[in-house]
Structures are given as C-alpha cells and as structure tokens.
Design a protein around this ligand. Sequence first.
Ligand SMILES: NC(=O)C1=CN([C@@H]2O[C@H](COP(=O)(O)OP(=O)(O)OC[C@H]3O[C@@H](n4cnc5c(N)ncnc54)[C@H](O)[C@@H]3O)[C@@H](O)[C@H]2O)C=CC1
Ligand SMILES: O=C(CO)COP(=O)(O)O
Length: 323
Amino acid sequence: MVGAGAFGTALAISLASNGQPTLLWGRDAAQMGAMAKARQNAQRLAGLRFPETLEVTADITKIPLKAVILLAVPTQALRATLIQHRHILHSHMLIACCKGVERGSGLLPLEVIADVLPSVRSAILTGPSFANDIAAGLPTALTLATKDVDAKTLQTLLSTPALRLYLSDDPIGAQLGGALKNVVAIAAGIAIGAGLGDSARAALMTRGFAEMVRFAVLRGAARDTLFGLSGFGDLVLTCTSTQSRNLRYGTAIGTGQTVSETATVEGVMTAHAIIESLLTNENDATDLPITRMVSAVLKEELNMAQAIESLLSRPLRRETDLA
Ligand SMILES: NC(=O)C1=CN([C@@H]2O[C@H](COP(=O)(O)OP(=O)(O)OC[C@H]3O[C@@H](n4cnc5c(N)ncnc54)[C@H](O)[C@@H]3O)[C@@H](O)[C@H]2O)C=CC1
Ligand SMILES: O=C(CO)COP(=O)(O)O
C-alpha cells in the first residue's frame, strides 16, 4: 500500500485482516515509526488496531517483487509519487484508489499513471466507502475497473468477506463517477450550510447526477457505469453522510466559515480542474452548471447569493433534456 492516510490505512487493515501479508508505506518516517509502535493510525483512524500481518514502513524498497500496489494518495499528489518512485513502481500492477481529476492536465488517475509509466498495468478501485467503515470491517461494496486480462484474479485477491469488489471494464466511467460526486457533495453541503433545506439538497443531487452522466458520457464512459456503485452509489453516500469531508467542507462554506481542512477534500481541485480544462478548449460547450458554481464559489468569483441565483435563474426545461 502506497499512502498511509485514512484510506490507505483502512484498505491495508482490511487486506491484512483477511490474511494477506500487507505492507503499508508512508513517506513520513516519524509518523510511520509512531504507527508501527502504537499499531494504529492515531491521526486518521484512532482506535482501529493493526492486525499482526500488517507491516508498516517508510522504506519503499521493502515492497516485494511482483506485489500488487495500491496507490492511496490524493489525486493531486499522484504524479509526484509516481515520478519519485518510478524505479520501484514501474514493474508492478498499480491500483489507483484516489478519486479526482488532476489540475492542469485534466487527466484521471489512470491517465496520469499511463502518462508517467506508459507500460505499467493498472486498475481503479472506487465506490461508496468510508475509511472508518472499511477499517472496522463493516460491509462495503466497491468497483474494480480495469481493462487488464487478470481482472478476475485481482478481484479475488482484493475482496474480503466484508469488502465485496464488483468488476467493471469501464475505468473512465468508474473514475469520473468517483471524481464528480465529490463536487456535487460540496454543492449539497453548501445548500445545507446556507439553510436551503433537504429538498434543495435532493434537487442538487439529482441534477448533479444528470451533470455527472452528461460529462462522463462525453468523455467516453458507458452510461450504465454511472448508475452503479462508482457513480450513483458513491454520490448518495457522499451527499448524505456527515462522515464525508466533501459534504462537511461544503457545509462550512455554506455557513460562511473559513475552512482550514488538513485532510484531503478532493472535490475542490476536481471542480477547478474540470472547469479550467473546459476553458482551455473553446469548442467545449459542456453544460456543467453545478460544477461551475462550486468552482466559482470556492475561487470567490461568486458570493453565496449570486451562486444560488445563478442556479435558480437558469431557463426552465424538460427534466430529460440534456440529461
Ligand atoms: N478517506 C476515505 O474515506 C476515502 C478516501 N478515498 C480516496 O483516497 C485518496 C486518499 O484520501 P485519504 O487517505 O482519505 O486522505 P488523507 O488526507 O487521510 O491521506 C492522504 C495521504 O497521502 C499522503 N501523501 C500526500 N502526498 C504524498 C506524496 N507526494 N507522496 C506520498 N504520500 C503522500 C499524505 O501524507 C497522507 O498520508 C483520495 O483520493 C480520496 O478521495 C476513497 C474512498 C474513501
Ligand atoms: O470517497 C468517499 C466515500 O466513498 C469519501 O468521501 P469524502 O472524501 O468526502 O470523505
């Protein structure tokens, strides 16, 4: 496991609890030393103890030959991680566990991997799951999306009695679902924080889902993928649970608080990355009102009243138009 934050630690606990010898690597030697000693990640998953089969290290050369490597770093840190450790990572199967779009390039995690390590085999692991739930062994279902011929072997390797992996051969759709739902969750949080009510949240979730489907299909996703765990499933979880950092972040913005979030809130950079990539392509007239609103509010180009007005003043149309 590369990346020892909440999600990397949770997946490592889950795999090790299922009897897989698992190595959890993090870049901060002092932090990894403390985790090894306490047998828990006190910063991110306090109280959830490591099984004996989980080894903790800050030495990346300890990764054994032929290991399957899960990459659980934030999307914006993925390229730097791959570049820094390419001599180790280039010969392994890489499973990206991050959800987002890279700012500057507009690329999805597997596209970043292909850009840095063109010949490497890869897959995306995504879907509705909170790190705490996985680490606690609660039932969870995720999507493992890949074009790789060994997909079934990977599915078996990474599934546990509590963590069920469903296969998909549509990595684009699976990645876009996971990336875009975070942006919609920020919008839903803004609505809740601004006191617009649960009906407004339901409207944003539904129109946000239509926006996700529209954008993903234009980028080559299969429409059905968006209706599965990695799209609709994760949208529901992230927009309705206060465990979600994206929802909490949006809620804080909606109440007018300044947010100093130390944990990863992927929807922020993803909203900017998508809108900026549309701006650089003048011919792209993709209709993304919610993503535009989120990006503009976070950049303080719109205040809350203007943002709400921008959504409410859009022309009335049939529900299924452009959906
Ligand atoms: N926390 C959760 O419940 C879930 C998280 N995810 C995804 O997992 C990814 C990681 O999120 P979390 O683990 O929650 O975030 P986190 O903020 O808890 O941890 C991120 C980790 O990445 C490390 N990191 C950052 N830059 C790095 C670099 N250049 N090299 C090596 N390590 C680096 C940090 O030190 C930190 O340990 C995100 O894309 C998130 O959307 C997916 C599903 C659930
Ligand atoms: O991706 C997640 C749930 O599937 C975690 O959501 P947050 O990043 O908003 O906490």
